[in-house]
Design a protein around this ligand. Sequence first.
Ligand SMILES: [Zn+2]
Length: 269
Amino acid sequence: MTQTWKIYGIRYTVQPSRPAHMTFMFGDPNEETGGLDYYSWVLVSNDRAIVVDTGAAEHKVRKLGRTWLQAPTTALKTLGVDPANVEDVILSHAHWDHVGDLKAYPKAKFYMNDLEMESITGPDMSYHVLREPYHGDEAAEIVGLCYEDRLTFLQGDGTFAPGVDYTLIGGHSAGQLALTVATDRGPVVLATDAIHFWQEVEQERAFLIFHDLRQMLAGYRKMNAMVGGDICRLLPGHDPLVKERYPVVERHADGSPFILDLSAAPTSW
Ligand SMILES: [Zn+2]
């Protein structure tokens, strides 16, 4: 029997509103998208926890004008996972809102696609529009992990753990990964930022930040095919609808969702 996992989405930051022309290519400035939610994720099975993206550093969230809610590490503790003892952290890509606070995981080995590393340490970063979603201090920190033998490169597609497979999608970033996770409701694709909003897949709407537009669009189709068109088994990285559709495990003080069970069936759609 396949080992199954819980997938917890940790909603740690929000950008309450964002017009469509700042979110999608050819977006209407008069269309409000509902903003962006920012997530870190953790996969839990038996006594093993795999963190997927660490979220952003708090001071960067504040500096960039987003609304900080609570640290992803606080959510991990609520779930009984001590960040100090986490052994595996997968970085789906290295944009600033996914690789902050790496020092909170002192025992962890980190995993990232090799093309992402080439991109953040090579000529790609001489183009300011490609560099914009990355931060040099974080790229340097990731290089440092490599020098400490704490960074393993995931090349192409493969199996990370029983019931956890990774797929190179690219597009949004050079080495953007998606994970296919075995859950009690069947395989679920954690797209992270290979899809920001479900409408990218439903309407082939192109997100405004990308490394390779054609590859990003092909990735939408590929992931849709990976779930057989059943998009409730496809989990986007920033869609404010996620918190409306999945069961809430823990709330912030203001009552808004903090931890969601994304391995459970959606409660509304
Ligand atoms: Zn992101």
